[in-house]
Design a binder for this molecule. Structure first.
Ligand SMILES: Cc1cc2nc3c(=O)[nH]c(=O)nc-3n(C[C@H](O)[C@H](O)[C@H](O)COP(=O)(O)OP(=O)(O)OC[C@H]3O[C@@H](n4cnc5c(N)ncnc54)[C@H](O)[C@@H]3O)c2cc1C
Length: 413
């Protein structure tokens, strides 16, 4: 039966972005409802690498990536893959991505990313305390691993750019790295150590805690939002069995937000960078902190009771099935460092919500502020979620956010 319901603010999508927005709005005293067809926190927000990556100020598209693109695209061992069947629909996104990889645009994008990352660690500290999840937030830093001295040399300029944007990083040699991570084979290039970074050792459990805190005060409609219709006094959200009137709507449906934004009147070049993980159950962790062999595009993530190896990028849209080849590449990449790993206990694929400029879309719809966009966080949605939530709460309250949000506006393309 179709029941017509009302709420002050409806948040579409219960991933890390939608959940943290809902919590921030509840704490500010608003009446909030969530709409999601699945279990909260089980999209991209479940299977990621768990890093609170305040150090990740570089956009995906840079002049270096542009130069390396031919080899990245056509090598079978590359951390980047393109599913050829998805190419026609991907082409407009790719063309924009190429433009955003030119030096001036990439530099601007790095500054805009850094603005969202500046307080991301502190915001996560607050959030973890708020949901009684401080035990999941680990404070052991993160590492970029360099397999050869020349790989380290090649990374130095980019690391300096991060330092200029306020990132704390120290270079450590092979001996120091061996002390820090004795389980790793000796790496001739050493590592970059982001000492202040934190990580979630169980993103799924953290999502469960945030969802529980939200659902103590908000209704969850387990339905897909299919249609948005603006009304003089708000917006009606409809789907199978759903008819929800809200004074304001926040679109936070991750990689699935494009069609909803279009119904709100905004054409946004959102696509997805699919990512994978494989996991091995183990009681003794092989490493102490998330560690990324940079040339391979994945992280070793020590998670509670298991090792997760997560990452790589596959441009393949929302509809094609997972690629077994990408899973094999992750397993082989992991065994290059830990040869004793057997077959993984589980594998997973998820959809990063990705914009060509690596910047999220945060701000009111161009057709009117009763719809607010909050999606497109790409590789950094976990890290940026609490900061995004604060911005959305400011917009709902009619306050100017403390961060200038011009760079993230929906109409920038
Ligand atoms: C392999 C991998 C590793 C990553 N590692 C990191 C990391 O270390 N650190 C970091 O910060 N980020 C990381 N990320 C990125 C991060 O996971 C994402 O940016 C983030 O989870 C996006 O959150 P979200 O809430 O926007 O989307 P999601 O978590 O995907 O949630 C979207 C929700 O919207 C719902 N939905 C979809 N369509 C509709 C609809 N029509 N109506 C209602 N609901 C709908 C879905 O069911 C889902 O619950 C990684 C991603 C991947 C894939």
């Amino acid at each position: 039966m179709l029941i017509r319901e009302h709420t002050e603010i409806a948040v579409i999508g219960a991933g890390v972005v939608g959940l943290t927005i809902a919590l921030e709005l509840i704490d500010a005293g608003h009446d909030v409802a969530l709409v999601d067809p699945g279990l909260p926190g089980m999209g991209a927000s479940y299977g990621n690498a768990g890093t609170i990556a305040g150090y990740a100020t570089s956009p995906v598209g840079t002049p270096d990536v542009l130069r390396a693109l031919p080899s990245l695209m056509f090598s079978r061992t590359s951390p980047l893959a393109i599913r050829h069947r998805a190419l026609p629909s991907l082409t407009p996104w790719l063309l924009r991505f190429l433009r955003q990889s030119l030096p001036a645009a990439a530099g601007r994008n790095a500054v805009a990313i850094a603005a969202l990352l500046a307080n991301a660690g502190e915001r996560w500290d607050d959030l973890a305390l708020r949901v009684a999840g401080a035990g999941i937030l680990q404070r052991r830093g993160c590492l970029y691993l360099y397999e050869t001295p020349s790989a380290l040399e090649a990374a130095k300029a980019e690391l300096s750019q991060r330092r200029a944007l306020g990132v704390e990083v120290s270079l450590i040699g092979p001996n120091e790295l061996a002390v820090l991570e004795p389980g790793l084979a000796r790496l001739a290039g050493g590592a970059a150590y982001f000492t202040g970074a934190t990580f979630l050792d169980d993103p799924g459990r953290m999502m469960g805690l945030i969802a529980a805190a939200v659902l103590a005060h908000a209704r969850l409609y387990t339905a897909r939002a299919d249609r948005l219709t603006r009304k003089p006094d708000g917006v009606v959200i409809e789907g199978a069995g759903l008819h929800l009137h809200a004074r304001k709507v926040v679109i936070a449906a991750g990689a699935h937000s494009k069609a909803l934004a279009q119904q709100a009147g905004d054409r946004i070049p959102l696509d997805t960078e699919r990512g994978y993980h494989v996991e091995w159950d183990m009681t003794e962790p092989l490493l102490s902190r998330p560690s990324c062999p940079t040339s391979r595009g994945f992280y070793f993530c020590p998670m509670a009771g298991r090792l997760r190896v997560a990452g790589t990028v596959e441009l393949g849209g929302l509809h094609l099935p997972p690629s077994p080849h990408r899973v094999r590449k992750l397993v082989e990449g992991a065994r290059a460092f830990f040869p004793d790993l057997g077959e993984p206990d589980r594998e997973w694929m998820g959809f990063r919500p990705s914009m060509p400029d690596s910047l999220p879309v945060i701000g009111p719809s161009m057709r009117g502020g009763e719809v607010i966009h909050a999606f497109g966080h790409g590789h950094l949605g976990v890290t940026m979620a609490p900061v995004t939530a604060r911005i959305v709460a400011d917009l709902v309250a009619g306050r100017s956010p403390t961060i200038d949000i011009a760079a993230y506006r929906p109409g920038r393309f």
